[in-house]
Design a protein around this ligand. Structure first.
Ligand code: GAP
Length: 496
């Protein structure tokens, strides 16, 4: 069954996963707040990534664990950093304004239907427009069918033809301006004076802080190439068209690894990281059939990359197509070389056994933490008309915000103290919910909607023989286990 983003967004708000930022003031486009459950979910994904990268990094091709250390760098850095990285000259998207609708579009996000016979107007659409919407609008504006047109992205259409194009939100041709570059970095001023000399930027990606600390890390720890430096944190981009819930936001979080290796080993490590990252997503419950790997065409590569594979997920707004979840890029030695040049510092590596200096190459698996949360939410959302909630969140138990709920069957005195005791016993190790009020059906429904994998119900039999009912979220099946076994049961089920 196809999943509807509207339903997912509504559940996220209703149950406290994600709210629009500044909700009481009408929101702010491109900004989101994580509620009690969304914060747990995001922390679970972040912690799992950190564990897999920094605490227990994968076993390398030689059978020994590889070496990765973590950093947590400043969001605002010396602005020279962004000159070196290419973001102050190049972090631009070609933008087109519509004089009539006053809307601004990324030129590569607008698809133009150009008449094959060259006769009549061309009509443009948002790249996510549905087929039936396109067909209807083409018919209305041109009396032709989609087969009468060929398509091109607006940034690939000759500007001379713009006068003949109807913009995505208007009815007359000739209202789109020529594409202009737009810098996506947010800026601020450091200190009291608001002049150009005090201008600074919010980082548009977290990796820069890793490159800036390359020398500090090498000098202060015992890492040897090949090794990695990992970082999780906020990034900011003044996206022109934030869209699809948290998919493209203006403030978001990234989890980035910069893997420093010898140039000749790049192909081996590139494949290694594609495999590792794929296994990561599979182990969290994203099925292989919902993932797609895009070898990014040369023309679409970022300025620093000679090869990038995007791990794409079948987000409901893209289905049956896929959209980017993570990028694995070969960044060459671009960043260290640039920062060395702009800072005047040596950013190379001394290989003691071979007595030689070199600038390592970099493989970068870069994933959006908040985009990953969206993928987990979309994957988990499961319509089931046979249960009172009509829907449940099928999170992998290790990602579920609450691992279990403890439900006294009634609010009667004898059930509640036993439930409280179990809650106190479990909460040191697991995030658990003690839910006392309402009838049991409503409480199960709530736990289904927030994706709690197990509910333990305390009833009269518990008082008699010390057993509780365990209800499994997906199957709704129930079994009884002894109170003494609950901890081991959860440990076993929740293993990542
Ligand atoms: N350091 C490389 C880099 O930042 P990117 O492809 O621009 O590469 C990496 O971003 C990941 O960050 C993307 O795959 C996506 O998951 C996430 N991301 C990028 N822009 C985002 C946005 N506006 N909102 C949410 N996530 C975003």
């Amino acid at each position: 069954m196809t999943k509807d983003m509207k339903d997912i967004v509504a559940l996220c708000k209703r149950r406290g996963f994600i709210f629009p930022a500044s909700d009481i003031y009408g929101g702010l486009n491109g900004f989101w707040d994580y509620g009690p459950l969304g914060t747990e979910l995001k922390n679970n994904l972040r912690d799992r990534w950190w564990k897999d990268m920094v605490i227990t990094p994968p076993i390398g091709p030689d059978g020994a664990p590889i070496e990765i250390v973590g950093v947590d760098s400043s969001i605002i850095q010396n602005p020279r950093c962004w000159e070196a990285s290419g973001h102050i000259g190049g972090f631009n998207d070609p933008m087109v304004d519509c004089k009539e609708s006053k809307k601004r579009y990324r030129a590569d996000h607008v698809v133009v239907y150009l008449p094959k016979d060259g006769e009549g107007v061309a009509v443009s659409f948002d790249k996510d427009a549905e087929d039936d919407e396109i067909e209807k609008r083409l018919k209305k504006l041109t009396k032709k069918t989609p087969a009468d047109f060929e398509t091109a992205k607006l940034d690939q259409v000759d500007v001379a033809k713009f006068a003949n194009i109807i913009g995505p939100d208007v009815k007359e041709a000739g209202t789109l301006t020529e594409p202009r570059q737009f810098n996506m970095m947010f800026h601020t001023y450091v200190g009291a004076a608001a002049g150009d000399e005090n201008k600074a930027y919010l980082r548009p990606e977290t990796c820069a802080g890793i490159f800036l600390n390359f020398k500090n890390v090498v000098d202060s720890s015992r890492v040897k190439v090949p090794f990695g430096i990992a970082q999780v944190g906020k990034a900011f981009r003044n996206e022109v068209t934030p869209r699809n819930f948290v998919f493209r936001s203006r403030e978001f979080e990234q989890m980035e690894l910069e893997w420093f290796c010898e140039e000749e080993d790049v192909p081996m490590w590139f494949d290694f990281w594609v495999e590792q990252r794929t296994n990561f997503w599979l182990s969290l419950g994203l099925p292989k059939s919902s993932l797609h790997f895009l070898d990014v065409p040369k023309d679409d590569l970022a300025h620093y990359s000679s090869r990038t594979i995007d791990v794409e997920y079948q987000f409901p707004f893209a289905a049956p197509d896929f959209d980017e979840l993570e990028g694995i890029a070969h960044r060459g030695c671009f960043d260290l070389t640039q920062h060395a040049e702009f800072s005047g510092q040596k950013l190379d590596y001394f290989d003691q056994p071979n007595n030689r200096r070199f600038v390592p190459h970099v493989i970068e698996p870069s994933t959006g933490l908040t985009r990953g949360v969206l993928a987990l939410l979309c994957e988990a959302y499961t319509v089931d008309e046979n249960r009172p909630s009509g829907v449940y969140m099928n999170f992998h138990p290790s990602m579920a915000p609450k691992k279990a709920a403890i439900l006294p069957l009634t609010a009667k005195e004898d059930h509640v103290p036993t439930a409280q005791k179990l809650y106190m016993d479990l909460r040191d190790e697991f995030v658990v919910d003690l839910d006392i009020k309402q009838n049991i059906g409503k409480r199960y429904a709530r736990q289904d909607e927030i994706g709690t994998p197990y509910c333990f119900t305390i009833d009269n039999d518990t008082l008699a023989d010390g057993t509780v009912t365990v209800r499994e979220r997906n199957t709704m099946s129930q079994e009884r286990i002894h109170l003494d076994k609950v901890k081991d049961f959860l440990r076993e089920k929740i293993k990542g």
